[in-house]
Write a protein that binds this ligand. Structure first.
Ligand code: SF4
Ligand code: SF4
Length: 584
């Protein structure tokens, strides 16, 4: 059986384990052959051809640095790319198709970004021979007889011109100094700057300095800059991050409009409603995080997302989750009658030129409330009022309760994860540390964590506190779709167990649908005024929110998941006429 061995260089600490403990215990080494040996970097290295997969090194390494994985039988070929000996291997690639938006769906660390970097020409693959890059001829040969063969032939012949929006838009201010207009002018090969700025609500921002704009604004600038390039392959890595729901749909419409008979589009996205809306076809990526990744054959977006939710790729005979994820087609039963734990009346607060108002509402014991609304409309400020981080100018907020608060923007510092998570480690090993996979992060500093790792630490930190109400501001940011669903379950279970309540602000509608029992809606004018409405039951809350968006959602008949209707479609018209915008 073919297997792959991964040694995490950051974790491998030969001085701490008693001088290459793994090599001393490996049965092959004990027989006199160097299956585990010392690499040039003084870390342990494993010869995969000699390893028999006994697992002794995996279990005995005190730092959890080794993983040995048996590869699925069908992976007979060399990987398309491997970063180095005992490092991540990618086994196939998604295929761009002219005239289509092709989506890529998979957990973090499974090779999505590696795959699109190869397709965008940013990373030259090595076909598993990590000492040299493959030639185009070798690539064409590797993909002989597949769609990808045509693609690499076109790349070889210089016929593919890619434009690529990277995942990390936060890095743009470090690479470019100047205004939004200057950046977009530089990218504008189509002479469509004004049109693009209007489509993505950037016109008012054009003379702002890149350094001073928000994450959501940076995202839209990066998308506009990519779409303004003259290309025949557009690639968008997580275009929805930082955007509110209205902006997510606007960006999706723009991305869809780029695909034509001479132009292909690839999109990586974790917001399943947006992926479903934007993509014609979807590739699922499976394997093992940080070890290896495989790309499934393309499926229609509806089928691909349903397969993902089912947790089982039948054709490939791969089970990547032990349970199916299902949604309710009807609003959840909500029994009122529990005592209110927090209530507010006629609250208002002025923050510079922005005014926030909340007429009347209450949060009851053991409720999970989703909060929906545009960016810049006061959601985070309202959370801060409830959390008593600041006081209202007028009105009353009951202050009987203790609030634990996870902010939207996480401030990394030099503290160690194990210090921050002290309470979670001592009291909630099974409820938080294990499911959120935090053990491997204990000895890292917060400022050395990725966005997703920091988010998981912040969620665990908030939920480990003793409180009556938990306020989580954008917990889905940086998490992959699997982690979002997992976090939903963890929050649900903890609230049930403790009888406490949770308010969740998020822009991933499927995540909000999955977790919430009630909805609060914010409306107004961004940066000018915000009004707080609710909490409502799910049906009334979703209807109110979708009325603001002028959108409707239908249910998928297999998984019951919500799917956005095309504006003006028959379903859209029927549902609007019946005032059933979310539950049919
Ligand atoms: Fe020691 Fe683990 Fe590194 Fe092997 S992998 S040398 S057991 S720290
Ligand atoms: Fe040696 Fe492989 Fe067993 Fe590890 S899993 S101890 S490398 S034979």
């Amino acid at each position: 059986m073919k297997r792959i061995a991964i040694v995490d260089k950051d974790k491998c600490n030969p001085a701490g384990c008693g001088n290459y403990l793994c090599a001393k215990l490996c049965p092959i080494n004990r027989e006199g052959t160097d299956c585990i040996f010392v690499g040039d970097d003084k870390k342990a290295k494993i010869d995969e051809a000699l390893c028999i997969g006994c697992g002794i090194c995996v279990h005995r390494c005190p730092f959890g640095a080794i993983e040995i994985i048996n590869l699925p039988e069908e992976l007979k070929k060399n990987p398309i790319h491997r970063y180095g000996q005992n490092e991540f291997a990618l086994y196939s690639l998604p295929t761009p198709i002219f005239g289509k938006v092709v989506g890529i769906l998979g957990v973090n660390g499974i090779g999505k970004s590696t795959a699109i970097k190869i397709i965008a020409g940013v990373l030259k693959p090595n076909l598993g021979n990590f000492d040299s890059e493959a030639t185009f001829q070798e690539l064409v040969q590797y993909f002989k007889g597949t769609e990808a063969q045509n693609f690499f032939e076109a790349v070889r012949d210089g016929k593919i011109v890619p434009a690529y929006k990277p995942q990390a838009v936060d890095a743009i201010p470090k690479q470019f100094a100047g205004t939004v207009r200057e950046l977009l002018t530089k990218a504008d090969q189509k002479q469509k700057l004004a049109e693009m700025s209007a489509a993505l609500d950037l016109t008012k921002l054009l003379d702002h300095n890149i350094e001073h704009i928000s994450g959501g604004e940076l995202q839209r600038v990066a998308i506009a800059a990519t779409a303004l390039k003259r290309a025949n392959l557009y690639i968008f890595d997580e275009p929805a991050s930082y955007l509110d729901i209205k902006q997510r749909f606007k960006v999706s419409d723009l991305i869809k409009s780029l695909a034509d008979e001479n132009t292909a589009v690839l999109v990586i996205e974790h917001d399943l409603i947006i992926l479903d809306y934007v993509a014609d076809l979807v590739h699922l990526m499976y394997g093992k995080e940080g070890v290896f990744g495989v790309v499934s054959l393309p499926k229609t977006a509806r089928v691909g997302i349903n397969v993902f939710l089912s947790g089982h790729l039948k054709e490939e005979n791969i089970r990547f989750r032990d349970h199916e994820i299902r949604f309710g087609s009807k609003p959840p039963d909500h029994k009122e009658g529990k005592a209110a734990i927090s209530a507010w009346r006629d609250v208002s607060k002025k923050l510079g030129n922005f005014t926030l108002a909340a007429a009347q509402g209450a949060i009851n014991q053991n409720e999970i409330i989703g909060v929906l609304g545009e960016n810049g409309i006061g959601k985070t400020s309202f959370v801060k009022l409830l959390a008593k981080v600041m006081d209202p100018d007028f009105g009353v907020i009951d202050e009987k309760i203790v609030v634990a608060y996870k902010p939207q923007y996480l401030q990394p510092n030099e503290e160690l994860v194990m210090t921050v998570l002290h309470d979670a480690i001592t009291k909630y090993e099974a409820q938080l540390i294990k499911p959120l996979n935090l053990k491997g992060l204990f000895t890292k500093q917060l400022n050395h964590l990725s966005g997703g790792e920091l988010q998981r630490v912040a969620i665990a930190n908030c939920l480990s506190q003793k409180a009556d109400l938990y306020l989580l501001d954008e917990p889905s940011a940086y998490l992959d779709v699997e982690q979002r669903l997992l976090v939903s379950r963890i929050i649900h279970d903890i609230m049930e167990l403790r009888g406490t309540s949770c308010v969740i602000i998020d822009h991933d509608l499927l995540f909000v649908d999955y977790i919430s029992k009630k909805i609060m809606v914010f409306d107004g004018e961004p940066a000018v005024r915000g009004n707080v409405h609710g909490p409502f039951n799910m049906q009334d809350g979703m209807n109110k929110f979708l009325t603001m968006l002028n959108m409707t959602f239908r249910r998928d008949h297999e998984s019951n998941r919500p799917r956005a209707n095309k504006p003006g479609s028959q379903m859209d018209r029927v549902q609007k006429a019946g005032k059933k915008l979310y539950y049919i």
